[in-house]
Design a protein around this ligand. Structure first.
Ligand code: ADP
Length: 581
């Protein structure tokens, strides 16, 4: 804008100056021409008369009065005849002057020039004046005015033009500055806003700008930011929802890209894979983080096969975790495959239950088969041989009775266990506050004879006032099972102590049966309370054990909200505890 303004000022100024100069020139030419018309006849007369002296005086007088220079020049030889301001004797030939030459040629001669005679710039006007008849000479009448005033006028004009131009320039600059500031402020705000929008900040609207032209643009940007903000909020809500669903799923979910790098992994997955995976960062190779053959083989095949193919493998051994894995391809919006999604379901509990069930069925059948086979065998023998020999028949019947007692005991224990394991038993169990001392006394009475037979001392140490909320029958059975084992497995001449105390720190009641028996090797301890688990199968059977005694104690504890515990040292004895709350 400033450049354009300057250019306009220069063109306009130059043109104005030229016009003014031309106008002045024309004015002066007209003035001098009129003057020449006034003077030429009288000068021609004097030239014709040859009175050059008078002519010179008159010219000097006219020149002085009119403030102009007047020169009369001989047309033939160009010699000045008279001059208002100079001495003609010292003046050179004027034929070479352009205005004089033009006048000689019959034209109106004009010229601007620095005068050597008067030493200032002058404007000359020359005209041919006939004066030759009756022996006179033709003359060139030249008038001239100094250009000083004209030049001064032009300089003034130039000054005025310059000041005006400068003023216009300043006003333009100020105007342009204000307008551009007005726009550029808003535009730079808009540009910052757009950058912030691109960076995801859609919160702050832009104020309405002072430049009206920008209002719609600002409104459009604000609307766009508002919509973007709403979308972002919506997307974030969706994302949180998805995240919450993903994280709260019991199934482990792992998303992998085509390079088998982890894209997502939910909490269940990291729990299944192991605690070290918690801090797993995205983008790491799965094999790098989890070294598991089953999982890696599954991932490899899932990567290469499109169809879903479930597989089951052991993910960890401590604690044992068996998972069922399924995979499905991950695709982008265009349906291109970008990775796979693996869903892991922890089936450890189900598999363990299944194996327990089948073990149990096998164990039960096995346990039942021996007494049934015995009973069957002896009954068949009796049927074949007859019952003539009363002594033998008695012996056979004893064996049959022992085996059927054993059968009954096994069936009894299985039924007890089945009842204890029923989900509703714990809720419906009748419990009432009961003093422990009589319960333990009753157990001792029950086993007095058996203990006596092995010369085993049965001691008790139970506070009389110790009272527990319990189902008396079940608790008595539990203590009896512990006591029965202690007597069964302890050698003769040992002591068994049954104690009951209130653990002051945890508000728990602990009933302990300690013996001085053979003890139980360490490796068996974790499984001792499982059904049909025995340290020494043959010895247990021989002693009439069903292998279910401790399992029943455990379940009695569980239905009371309590637990069981065992401490044993081989060769020294065992302490079995029942802890109730
Ligand atoms: P069982 O009918 O065989 O005694 P239990 O469930 O009562 O079945 O006991 C499981 C196994 O635990 C027994 O076979 C025995 O090996 C071991 N056991 C139980 N009590 C004792 C004890 N007091 N001393 C040594 N071993 C014991």
């Amino acid at each position: 804008m400033i450049a354009i303004q300057l250019l306009v000022a220069i063109i306009f100024g130059t043109h104005a100056l030229r016009s003014a100069r031309a106008f002045h020139h024309q004015q002066t030419v007209q003035e001098l021409s009129r003057l020449t018309v006034l003077l030429r006849d009288s000068y021609a007369e004097l030239v014709k008369a040859g009175d050059i002296q008078t002519l010179d005086r008159l010219i000097k007088q006219h020149g002085r009065e009119g403030g102009i220079r007047i020169t009369v020049i001989d047309q033939e030889d160009g010699r000045p005849l008279a001059d208002s301001h100079g001495d003609v004797a010292t003046m050179d030939n004027h034929l070479g002057r352009p205005e004089v030459r033009m006048a000689i040629n019959g034209q109106t001669g004009t010229a601007n020039r620095f005068s050597d005679s008067v030493l200032i710039e002058m404007m000359y006007y020359a005209e041919f004046v006939p004066a030759r008849s009756d022996g006179g000479r033709n003359i060139i009448l030249r008038t001239a005015v100094p250009m000083t005033e004209v030049n001064a006028d032009l300089r003034r004009l130039l000054g005025t033009l310059g000041i005006a131009g400068l003023a216009v320039l300043l006003i333009t600059v100020a105007g342009v500055y204000i307008v551009s500031r007005l726009f550029s402020d808003t535009i730079s705000t808009l540009s910052h806003r757009a950058t912030a929008l691109a960076a995801g900040d859609a919160h702050h609207p832009i104020e309405e700008p002072s430049a009206r032209e920008l209002v719609p643009l600002v409104q459009a940007v604000n609307d766009m930011a508002g919509q973007l903000h709403d979308r972002i909020v919506q997307l974030q809500a969706n994302q949180h929802e998805h995240e919450a669903i993903l994280q709260s799923m019991n199934s482990g979910v792992i998303a992998l890209d085509l390079d088998q790098r982890v894209v997502r992994l939910n909490r269940s997955a990291s729990e299944m894979l192991g605690s070290h995976v918690e801090g797993l960062t995205k983008g790491r190779l799965l094999q790098e983080v989890v070294r598991n053959d089953g999982l890696n083989r599954f991932v490899q095949s899932a990567m290469h096969e499109h169809a879903r193919q479930p597989a089951e493998f052991r993910l960890r051994s401590d604690p044992e975790t068996i998972v069922q894995a399924m995979s499905s391809p991950l695709t982008d919006a265009e349906g291109r495959r970008v990775g796979i999604l693996i869903v892991l379901n922890d089936v450890t509990a189900i598999r363990r239950l299944e194996s327990l069930r089948s073990d149990f069925a096998a164990n039960v059948s096995h346990e039942l088969r021996t007494p049934i086979t015995n009973i069957k065998g002896y009954v068949e023998t009796m049927l074949e041989v007859g019952v003539d020999d009363a002594e033998q028949a008695q012996r056979f019947l004893d064996i049959i009775k022992r085996n059927s007692d054993r059968l009954a005991a096994i069936v009894e224990d299985i039924l007890s266990l089945a009842w204890l394991e029923q989900p509703g038993t714990r809720q419906s169990l009748e419990r009432e506050p009961t003093l422990l001392a009589p319960v333990i006394k009753s157990v001792v009475t029950q086993f007095e004879n058996a203990a006596h037979a092995k010369r085993i001392t049965l001691n008790t140490n139970v506070p009389d006032d110790l009272q527990v909320l319990m189902n008396r029958q079940l608790i008595e059975q539990a203590i009896a099972n512990y006591a029965s084992n202690a007597i069964k497995y302890s050698p003769p001449d040992t002591t068994i102590t049954i104690t009951a105390i209130r653990r002051s720190d945890q508000d728990e009641i602990e009933i302990a049966v300690a013996d001085q028996g053979p003890g139980i090797p360490r490796e068996h301890l974790p499984r001792i309370f499982e059904r049909f688990y025995r340290v020494d199968k043959a010895r247990s059977r021989e002693l009439g054990g069903t292998g279910l005694g401790l399992a029943i104690v455990k379940h009695i504890a569980l239905v009371h909200g309590g637990r069981v515990d065992v401490h044993s040292t081989v060769g020294q004895g065992s302490i079995f505890r029942l802890i109730l709350t």
